[in-house]
Design a protein around this ligand. Structure first.
Ligand code: 5GP
Length: 263
């Protein structure tokens, strides 16, 4: 597979073309941003960890029948993925109230929700990804009723699978963000809805079951320190990283040594 030119650069990832028009390469950067780009840093090793964690989670989901864009991980920072047309919506699933939900509605932080709560946000940095209703989605043709129905079902299934996986390693899956895209299936001659983007401590809130210690991007958002250690802890508990791995805390382009277990 030949790597072609850069076709998109986002806050945490870069997409490169390949010599196959249906496939692209997703590169995970060490850059972290929060509060709509107001807070920025380079977190050495974050891209490597997110690449590996997302590969593990998307592969596990695929094994449970959730179609997604991942073909294979190519190296420490890159994955070969299906080229999709991304639906311009962030699909949020919440099990415990925190973050923008608590802020917006005054719900006590840490309140366990009786049922998973689905929210939709428009992917638009200039507007700070505002929350929207299904009616907005249909009114402005961001997605169709049948797609949203399918996505809601898929997101709840993803929540069930991931909650179980994390529970087994004593981590609470508090909430997360999913993105979906449409992929042209040549064999079926039609577009197919598949899970896209990444699932990692950048896109999920993950709390230690007992201590409720945050093991995710909130360590960066809230200046809690030991950011990379949180991500490493997730990788270690998922069984994809050697115990002796040691990445230093936030720094600027120092060489990183991370060892992963062979599959
Ligand atoms: P909140 O709406 O409380 O800020 O976020 C809810 C969940 O979605 C959190 O797990 C958060 O990490 C994730 N999330 C929401 N918006 C974004 C986003 O723009 N980028 C990333 N990486 N995650 C997001």
């Amino acid at each position: 597979m030949q790597k072609g030119k850069k076709i998109y650069e986002g806050k945490a990832k870069i997409i490169y073309a390949t010599n196959d028009k249906d496939l692209v390469i997703q590169h995970f950067k060490d850059d972290a941003t929060a509060f709509n780009n107001l807070k920025k840093a380079k977190i050495e090793g974050k891209g490597v960890l997110n690449n590996r964690i997302s590969e593990h989670l998307l592969t596990s989901l695929k094994n449970c029948g959730i179609k997604n864009h991942l073909i294979k991980r190519l190296n420490m920072r890159e994955q070969l993925i299906k080229k999709v047309e991304i639906i311009p919506i962030e699909f949020i699933v919440r099990n415990i109230a925190t973050g923008s939900l608590s802020k917006r509605l005054g719900i006590q932080e840490g309140t366990k929700l009786d049922n998973p709560l689905l929210e939709y946000c428009l992917k638009n940095d200039d507007l700070s990804d505002p929350i929207i209703s299904k009616e907005h989605i249909y009114a402005f043709n961001w997605s169709s009723e049948s797609e949203i129905k399918e996505i809601d079902k898929l997101s709840l299934r993803v929540n069930d699978i991931l909650s179980g996986m994390f529970k087994a390693i004593n981590i609470k899956l508090v909430d997360f963000k999913l993105e979906y895209g449409k992929y042209w299936n040549k064999d079926k001659d039609r577009f197919e809805l598949i899970l896209a983007d990444e699932i990692s401590p950048d896109t999920c809130r993950l709390w230690d079951e007992k201590t409720e210690k945050k093991l995710d991007k909130d360590r960066f958002r809230k200046d809690l320190g030991n950011i990379i250690q949180g991500y490493q802890e997730v990788a270690r508990r998922l069984g994809i990283m050697h115990e002796e791995t040691n990445i230093k805390e936030v720094s600027f382009s120092r060489p990183t040594s991370i060892k992963f277990k062979k599959k």
